[in-house]
Design a protein around this ligand. Structure first.
Ligand code: GLC
Length: 608
């Protein structure tokens, strides 16, 4: 393995070039070099050993054994120490990658789920201490589990020491934010910046009375966007990021990546300077902590998304969220039509080989209906009406809907809205249980498992949302909490139900069917060579618009994965897949030439 010096030498020219191009300040570049050296010096022997292992096996995260889960520490286990005591449960589920929602010091109660950070160097006292975090990561490493934490690069809380000093009039800190004395420039910029939260926090600038200035705040008024034109911001944030890595965080989720650079007359998203910043971050982490992965939170159309992988020679993120596929999959489930989903996957499969995705159905955020509108039109969809249909369907108001969910950030100006809810509730389990109707519950479970099976078979690695493994339902209690009721994402941000989890061991329960169904899929993924890092993955024509077909190949083995998105029995016909196959789910013999699938059935057919 290369030494720190060698790694630095190999990357310095490029880092210097990019830094000087963006900032042109050599002294600040020298300061950055010192920050990097200090972070390396502080890196523990255990983490340096991990770095060497990862350098030898750079594809470790592409193994079929990878299973992600995302959760809030407090909702799952109270605090970090409590979580350490629950790791056994996660191992039982086969989790190898845990994304803990933001846990650094935050204001209470308004903190946007922890995305308003008050101190990038300290765990929130309500959740524990830095020592608890380091102990947790060490305990996780012993179990083969990697910790993913957010790095909220774009903004700080308005109670962060920098913001407090800015409010007190210290120019050095005012310069760390994007501030204007008069409303003209902010108003002009807002003409071209789309709102992130049109309903709950409209606009991109707020008036701050203490400062007598307009301050850029793309998200909530208490989250102030950092000024990345200022190299001091970049350097200090790089230092904070490296400190997290030194606490044992193995994957950094770069929050709100596309928003980092602001420029008048643009949408202030995906600007070229964002890529310069991401590339610099990659060079810095590769030098100091090469075991660390960067996962970009880029909720953008595939066209803009792919740029965040960079090129093979000059990569940016190792991983990106597959948000387009996620929403397209939910669209396919509502309509029973997989054409758009197949098209979406074909788009992703055409990306270069260094592009890897985290596949998921639900996370802590809403489902934004960012479908490929052009393709939608080509199959006769009116994009506006289809979106309306989807958010009405998933809030349960569309006639015939099985789903229970809620609308998120409805924008009366555009008629746009997003959707909240847990997987189980959106799949119909909640409605079936409420109506005491076993047949509906059964259908809900089938949908839920089929949706997860598709996620598990796509290229990339799957990430569950904590509670999905036991079919956790929506929680409506937030409606009565004045500090939470404005944000319907709280519908699926509820305390983990340990009593319900205990039912995973009881025959005949919803929990058991979901748990066993997921475990079966996870074991197949872990054991089958067709889920290996080098597997070839493609969609296949099933000659049936209700059935998604994916084919995976590794060596001489072929795995055909079929998913019936419809409530009716369907037949799929796969060309060019002669020979005998066995269904890994049921153990039955099967032929790919003509496959009968029951409503929402999935099959994983392996060549014999
Ligand atoms: C990301 C998070 C979201 C948060 C936003 C602002 O999009 O996923 O929950 O509101 O960043 O930090």
């Amino acid at each position: 393995m290369a030494s720190y010096k060698e790694r630095l030498k190999a990357r310095w020219d490029e880092l210097e070039w990019l830094y000087m191009e963006l900032y042109g300040e050599r002294e600040m570049l020298t300061a950055l070099k010192e920050i990097m050296a200090e972070a390396y010096a502080a890196r523990s022997q255990a983490l340096r050993r991990l770095d060497s292992r990862r350098e030898r096996e750079p594809d470790w995260f592409l193994s079929g054994k990878m299973l992600g889960m995302t959760m809030y520490t407090d909702l799952f286990a109270g605090d970090l120490a409590g979580l350490e005591g629950k790791l056994r449960y996660l191992s039982e589920q086969g989790v190898t990658y845990l994304h803990l929602m933001p846990l650094l010091k935050m204001p209470h109660p308004d903190n946007d789920g922890g995305y308003a950070v008050e101190d990038f160097g300290q765990v929130d006292p309500a959740l524990g201490t830095n020592e608890d975090l380091a102990r947790l990561t060490a305990a996780m490493r012993r179990r083969g589990m990697s910790l993913c934490l957010d790095f909220v690069l774009n903004h700080t809380a308005d109670t962060h020491p920098w913001a407090l000093r800015a409010k007190a009039g210290q120019q050095e800190y005012v310069d760390r934010y994007i501030c204007f004395d008069t409303p003209d420039i902010p108003r002009q910029m807002e003409q071209t910046i789309p709102d992130v939260f049109p309903q709950t926090a409209p606009g991109s600038f707020i008036w701050v009375e203490e400062m007598k200035k307009y301050v850029c705040s793309s998200f909530h008024p208490y989250q102030w966007d950092l000024n990345y034109r200022n190299p001091a911001v970049f350097n200090d944030m790089a230092a904070a990021m490296l400190r997290l890595a030194d606490l044992g965080v193995e994957i950094l989720r770069i929050d709100a990546t596309p928003y980092l650079w602001k420029q008048m007359g643009t949408t202030c998203r995906n600007l070229p300077q964002v890529h310069t910043i991401m590339r610099m971050i990659r060079l810095i982490t590769e030098t100091v902590c090469p075991g660390v992965l960067l996962k970009g939170e880029v909720v953008m159309a595939p066209r803009e998304l792919a740029a965040y992988f960079g090129t093979r020679e000059k990569p940016e993120c190792h991983l990106l969220y597959n948000s387009s596929t996620m929403c397209t999959q939910w669209s396919a489930l509502a309509s029973g039509d997989v054409r758009q989903l197949k098209h979406q996957l074909d788009d992703l499969h055409s990306l270069p080989e260094h592009c890897h995705f985290v596949n998921y159905l639900r996370c802590h955020d809403d489902i934004g209906w960012g479908l490929n509108e052009e393709f939608g039109r080509s199959i006769g969809q009116d994009p506006f009406l289809h979106k309306k249909y989807l958010y009405e369907f998933y809030e349960g108001s569309f006639p015939g809907s099985w789903a229970r969910g809620e609308r998120y950030n409805y924008d009366p100006a555009t008629g746009d809205a997003r959707t909240c809810g847990t997987t189980a509730s959106l799949c119909g389990i909640e409605k079936g249980l409420a109506e005491n109707d076993p047949a509906q519950v059964d259908m809900g479970i089938r949908r839920d498992l089929m949706m997860h099976a598709a996620v598990m078979c796509m290229a990339g690695f799957p990430m569950l949302s904590s509670g999905d493994e036991i079919g956790q339902l929506n929680g409506y209690g937030y409606h009565d909490d004045p500090t939470r009721r404005e944000d319907s994402r709280n519908l699926h941000r509820t305390a983990f139900d340990w009593e319900s989890a205990a039912l995973r061991k009881k025959r005949g329960t919803v929990q058991r069917r979901l748990w066993d169904g997921l475990r079966q899929l996870e074991k197949i993924r872990a054991q089958e060579p067709c889920f290996g890092p080098d597997a070839w993955v493609s969609t296949w024509d099933a000659h049936n618009d209700h059935v998604l077909a994916l084919v995976r190949r590794e060596g001489t083995g072929t795995l055909a994965c079929l998913f019936n998105f419809s409530a009716a029995p369907e037949t799929a016909y796969l060309d060019g897949m002669e020979g005998a196959y066995a269904d890994l789910i049921t153990g039955a013999e099967a032929s790919c030439a003509s496959c009968q699938l029951q409503p929402y059935q999935y099959m994983l057919l392996r060549s014999r």
